[in-house]
Design a protein around this ligand. Structure first.
Ligand code: C2E
Ligand code: CA
Ligand code: CA
Length: 812
């Protein structure tokens, strides 16, 4: 049933529905019936019939009200029942009229009886409709109902109909319509009971009413066969009245509103109570048959014989059909069961296959099909926990520049290189070795029962195989493999699997810097790594904890001894052991911390230098790492810092090492940033010149203003070094000067070095000889004091740092 809460409007009748819902109308109806039934009992003849008529009319009203406002499922079935009751009322009224008119004439009796027959037919029709409440009776239900009805008929026939052959007059009604009607009614009642399952109270009342109606007919019939009149037994009217009242009560019971057509259809095999009913009815029917046959021997009646023959055959037919249907159902459900178990079996098989696949996927690298890290760790754990295991080697392998290839040629090329590399590695690895792919271009090989010498040989073989060109279409790509070896075995204690992987990785990192690109793990690597971790963790907090400071080292004019500029040098003073810049700056660069730290240095140095520049024309020099130049906003940062500090661009110099400068200028964006910075008047110096590419030809191409000659050259100016070193520095200075650049000699420690530099006409110098790096306030004091002692030595007494003069500005 579809719910139509809004569409109720035509006869919503909220109040009536409420009264029905609370049971008031039912009680009122029953109460009204009390005087009517009493009247019926106390009176006779016409008044009795009048009461009976009234009871029926009341039931009609109850049905109309109940069905109209409760809107049960299949309302037309109920309307048919109401119509049947109208016919009953009509029959009673005709009787009243007949009796009141004095002489019961034949036509009015027939009238009344016709109305009763009509009522019976309407009742059967209504029930036939209502059987659909079960969603349509199933074949088994119908068969069972028929069986029960037929057996009942046979019993009735044996007990009542066949034995008493009444005088005619009523024979048609008595012998055909009433018994058949009773059987039909009974069949419907049984069928409803069978198919509706547990009924609601309303349906229960309906069923009881039907049974009462059947009983009425039977009670009418039994005496009819002896008396030939259909007046029935004394209690017959009461049974009829009860049936009528119950019907009205069913319509007014609140549960009627809840009757719904059952959705699911079910086929009953043989529920236990039904088997019982089935057996009892079959036996009763057959017994009746048998009894009749016995009687028949005494006086054969051809009708009886026909009825018995037909009834018996049909009963048997029904039983056989029922069995057939049952067997069919059993067969179908057996087939269904078999199909389901087949489905289940294949589902289980699929599930297993899927699990196998998942297990494989979980253990293997999808690209190369090699075992993955999980498998390697498992194997390692197993080998390492085996007591007294033989020496073994864990090797970590990767391909230098693989990421570049991946980025340049795309992931498809990268992937196919990895597959090829994995095949080559597999070929190079002996049978007892286990090759796994860890991540990206990182592979690992576990070589069991292998010593270090053997492992080195294997590493060389593997490297040679991996170095062969990778042919991709019409070009060949070259990659440089690296191998880190971790020997596991006495005397060192066995590591855990995770430690082993970590140590092999450390060896691999060390291999990057080793000549043959193979490195063996040593405990120092671990110490270094631990130190690295400690520094990087500490650096992360250094800025926030205010642990960073700047020292300043003066750069002097060698001719005058005046301080022309100063280099800002970063210091880190963590609470525990302090670290030198050459220790922590590489860590800061690798971890990316150099960017925020570098910004801080720039800001602090410019702020500190502002008064020095204003009063003494002293410029400031700040060291800059490559990754700072790679940062997109670096040029803006410089501009912003200059604005904030009020320092002119010409008072700032950025020191960049030679190799960083080359990397920067070859990257277009970084080079553009550097040009923008230079356009602000900021100068750029090549730091540590001579230690990197040392190619003088670079000097002509790089965007620089100052060249800082590395102290390793300056130290070669000490006595004892030959003329060739002098010649080299002279050549550099000459070149620098001829290009209009300014030279600064770094790391000047002795007077001899300073003298030599003056002789070579090097304009500026920096070094411990003049001053060590010092805090800002100390540096500020050196500016106010007379010229630095060593710088002044040759420059004469007038060489103190003076107020801004043209000579302190950049020469070029
Ligand atoms: P650098 O740029 O070459 O700085 C000069 C280094 O030489 C400083 O070492 C300084 O103390 C040292 N030095 C100066 N005169 C002499 C001398 O006569 N003899 C000797 N033996 N050494 C001298 P420091 O301060 O330890 O800095 C080391 C390196 O750390 C610097 O080398 C520079 O590359 C880097 N660095 C320092 N501060 C910063 C910074 O703020 N940012 C960046 N990116 N790097 C920095
Ligand atoms: Ca420097
Ligand atoms: Ca330097």
């Amino acid at each position: 049933m579809t719910h139509r809460p809004v569409a109720r409007t035509p006869h919503d009748g909220g109040a009536v529905r409420r009264w029905i819902g609370r049971g008031w109308l039912l009680w009122a109806y029953l109460a009204l019936n009390v005087p009517l039934v009493t009247g019926m009992i106390l009176t006779s003849d016409a008044p009795t019939y009048a009461f009976r008529s009234a009871i029926a009319v009341l039931a009609v009203v109850a049905l109309a009200v109940g069905v109209w406002w409760q809107r049960p499922a299949i309302p037309d079935g109920w309307w048919l029942l109401a119509a049947a009751t109208v016919a009953t009322a009509g029959a009673a009224s005709v009787q009243v009229a007949t009796l009141l008119s004095g002489s019961p004439n034949g036509s009015s009796v027939t009238w009344a009886q016709d109305l009763l027959v009509l009522s019976l037919i309407l009742l059967i029709a209504g029930l036939t409709r209502l059987v659909r409440l079960s969603g349509g009776a199933s074949a088994t239900d119908t068969l069972d109902a028929l069986l029960v009805a037929l057996a009942t008929f046979l019993v009735l026939y044996w007990l009542v109909i066949g034995s008493i052959r009444g005088p005619s007059g009523v024979s048609l009604l008595a012998e055909v319509v009433y018994p058949l009607g009773a059987i039909a009614l009974f069949t419907m009642a049984v069928l409803m009971l069978l198919s509706v399952g547990v009924p609601t109270v309303a349906i229960g009342l309906l069923l009881v009413s039907v049974v009462a109606r059947v009983a009425t007919i039977v009670s009418l019939l039994v005496p009819a066969f002896t008396t030939g009149s259909l007046l029935g037994a004394g209690y017959t009217p009461y049974l009829g009245a009860a049936a009528t009242i119950l019907l009205g009560a069913a319509a007014l019971h609140p549960s009627l509103a809840a009757t719904r057509v059952r959705r699911e259809r079910r086929e009953n095999l043989v529920a236990r109570p039904r088997v019982l009913l089935f057996v009892v009815m079959a036996l009763a029917g057959l017994t009746a048959l048998g009894a009749k046959v016995m009687e028949g021997e005494q006086g054969n009646n051809p009708t009886d014989v026909a009825v018995l023959l037909v009834g018996g055959s049909v009963l048997l037919l029904l039983i056989v059909t029922r069995l057939g249907v049952t067997a069919g159902i059993a067969q179908r459900s057996a087939t269904e069961l078999a199909r389901r178990s087949d489905d289940l079996a294949s589902a289980v098989r699929e599930q297993e296959a899927l699990q196998r696949q998942l297990r494989h996927q979980a253990m293997h690298d999808p690209l190369t099909g090699l075992p993955n890290r999980v498998v390697l760790v498992e194997r390692l754990e197993w080998v390492l926990t085996r007591p007294g295991h033989r020496p073994l080697i864990l090797a970590a392998i990767d391909l230098d520049r693989f990421n570049d290839v991946n980025d340049t040629y795309g992931h498809l090329v990268g992937d196919s290189i990895l597959v090829k590399a994995s095949h080559r590695l597999l070929d190079a690895t002996p049978g007892q070795g286990m090759l796994a792919r860890l991540v990206g271009d990182r592979f690992a090989v576990l070589l069991e029962d292998t010593g270090l010498d053997e492992a080195r040989q294997w590493a060389e073989r593997a490297r040679q195989a991996l170095r062969q060109p990778y042919r991709m279409g019409d070009q060949e790509l070259f990659l440089e493999p690296r191998v880190g070896l971790l020997p596991i075995g006495p005397p060192r204690p066995a590591p855990t699997a995770t430690q082993a992987l970590r140590d092999a990785d450390l060896a691999l990192r060390a291999a990057r810097n080793s000549g043959d690109r193979v490195a063996v793990f040593s405990p120092e690597l671990l110490t270094a790594q631990t130190y690295f971790n400690r520094l990087s963790n500490g650096l992360r907090r250094a800025l926030a904890r205010d642990e960073l400071t700047l020292d300043y080292q003066p750069v002097v004019d060698l001719a005058t001894g005046r301080v022309v500029s100063t280099e800002a040098l970063l210091r880190w003073n963590p609470p525990g052991a302090p670290a030198t810049p050459s220790e922590f700056i590489p860590v800061a660069e690798q971890t990316g911390m150099i960017r925020p730290i570098g910004a801080w240095v720039l800001r602090t140095a410019c702020r500190d230098a502002r008064p020095w520049y204003d009063r003494y024309g002293v410029a400031v020099s700040v060291n800059v790492s490559a990754s700072q130049l790679d940062e997109p906003g670096f040029d803006n940062l410089v501009e912003e810092v200059l604005r904030e500090s009020g320092l002119p661009g010409s008072a700032l110099m950025l020191e960049i090492t030679e190799s960083n400068l080359i990397a920067t200028t070859s990257a277009r964006e970084a080079s553009a940033r550097l040009e923008r910075i230079r356009s602000l008047g900021v100068r750029v110096a090549i730091d540590d010149f001579g230690t990197g590419y040392s190619s003088l030809s670079y000097l002509t191409r790089l965007p620089v203003d100052v060249v800082k000659i590395d102290r390793s050259f300056v130290q070669q100016l000490d006595p004892g070094h030959g003329q060739r070193q002098w010649a080299f520095i002279r050549a550099i200075l000459h070149l620098v000067e001829s290009m209009g650049l300014q030279a600064v000699a770094e790391g000047v420690e002795t007077r001899e070095q300073a003298a030599a530099l003056r002789e070579l006409r090097c304009p500026c110098a920096q070094g411990f000889l003049f001053a060590k790096p010092m805090p800002a306030d100390a540096f500020a004091r050196t500016l106010t004091s007379p010229a630095l002692p060593e710088a002044r030595a040759r420059a004469g007494p007038s060489g103190s740092a003076s107020r801004r003069t043209a000579t302190s500005r950049r020469a070029a």
